[in-house]
Design a protein around this ligand. Structure first.
Ligand SMILES: [Zn+2]
Length: 61
């Protein structure tokens, strides 16, 4: 069960009391990622497999 409305980083699960979070929209859902893990999304999205559906198929930038 995805918890897409929970405001916590999809990677490290810290919330916005602990880190700045950036909202993502992906496949019609809302996710959050912290500033520290935005580079993971950009450069190595396969690390988010299991957190974002299909992340293992996302192209790295
Ligand atoms: Zn994070």
């Amino acid at each position: 069960m995805e918890e897409e409305n929970k405001k916590a980083c999809v990677f490290c699960h810290r919330d916005d009391n602990q880190v700045p979070l950036v909202q993502l929209r992906y496949q019609g859902r809302v996710y959050w990622i912290c500033s520290q893990h935005i580079p993971v999304l950009i450069h190595d999205p396969a690390q988010l497999a299991g957190s974002l559906p299909g992340a293992e198929n996302m192209a790295a930038g």
